[in-house]
Design a protein around this ligand. Sequence first.
Ligand code: URP
Ligand code: ZN
Ligand code: ZN
Length: 479
Amino acid sequence: MENDLSADFYDVVVRGGRVATASDVFVADIGIRDGKIVQLGSDLQPGRTEIDARGRVVTPGGVDAHCHLDQPSPPPVRMADDFDTGTLSAACGGTTTVIPFAAQQKGHSLVDAVQDYHRRSEGKAHVDYAFHLIVSDPTPTVLNDELPGLIKKGYTSFKVYMTYDDLKLDDGQILDVLDIAKRHGAIAMVHAENSDCIEWLTKRLEAMGRTAPRFHAHSRPMLVEREATHRAIALSELVDVPILIVHVSGREAIEQIRWGRAHGLNIFAETCPQYLFLTAEDLGIDDSYHGAKCVCSPPPRDKANQQVIWDGLKDGLFTVFSSDHAPFKFEGTEGKKPEGKEVSFRHIPNGIPGLETRMALLYSEGVLSGRISLEKFVELTATGPAKTYGLHPQKGAICIGADADLVIWDERDVVIKNANLHHDVDYTPYEGMKLKAWPAYTLLRGQVLWDGKSFVGPRNQGRFLPAGRPSVLPHPNLS
Ligand code: URP
Ligand code: ZN
Ligand code: ZN
């Protein structure tokens, strides 16, 4: 085998950084060849390209395991980011792998949805990507033919919804989908909110004329999330298969997850920046329509719940920290104001942008503010999601043989301004927020994509990643 003494062995050497993994922090040079990490050590031979990381922290490139890009929406609504602008934004914020959703529409084939999503992504992505599936119509064909076939081909995670009329499944349908996950080695993600309670509350609010954006939070109080989280856990217990509860917003859902775990159940959980940095007040303290910018589901809660989420990040309750980037413009006719109109909260597209800010928000306010360790940061933003969704150790790791996806951090004062971001959304919910760090470099498979000022990498080189068996599942011989 060749070794690093041959001239020009390394394409790139990232020199002397504090390398952080999910388990350790150590000073090392990282030798990269053909897009892979091939050596970790000290005093490596010079590479054809040298990147000086001395005095800086180096982490794995971020894996954003929950984002929505170019996902078809009922007209006139349209997502602002496709694979081009979305993955550009990801790269400039330190994320090198994204996992958006190929969404089945009721009455249509899931396989067709996957093919359509490949057409939307092919040749357009600037970082690597896998797909989750959204199962909205689990017909016998979908359950018995399509899903098993897709799992074999590398689509090993799927989301089910307990709310949204065009997506939701009833409990029996969820059980059917969980059973397929169990038998074929996939992980189900659950959007846990009680649809009927939301509809009942929404009608009452509308009858009282309470239709401003802030009433979105009133229509989805934490009990609707608590009840659905408990029900999802019970369904997972019945089928005896792990599940992951997505976008957990606060204490009551967390209590249910802790309850499930205390009863020996494999319940995994994800949270997102909006539950650490926004509150229901960001949806408006009066009836201003600007609150539409922060309408997402579940809605952000209050300061006390933010603290509960921080506690869960620190103590292992969460395995995944994702953006849930769901990009809709505020102005115009296709986003938060459908057809240019200020509509009732019921009709405001749900979701907020966050792909580019996810990593820096947690690095700055988590690591540099002393709330979580560097190892925990890596676990939550890269290693945990890569393991959960069958991409590890190719992704989410700094080890020999892994893809050389890296972030080199610049610890400096930064003010978040939408004008400096690269998504195609006309606002960020974090405008004006002061951070203590931003990526100095993002590398994808050894190539610099972001140099701290602009996107400098080759475009459209993002590759599709067929996912393997999620490592959070029991060993196949035991399941
Ligand atoms: O409000 C949200 N979270 N929108 C995106 C879709 C989803 O449920 O994740
Ligand atoms: Zn959801
Ligand atoms: Zn989402």
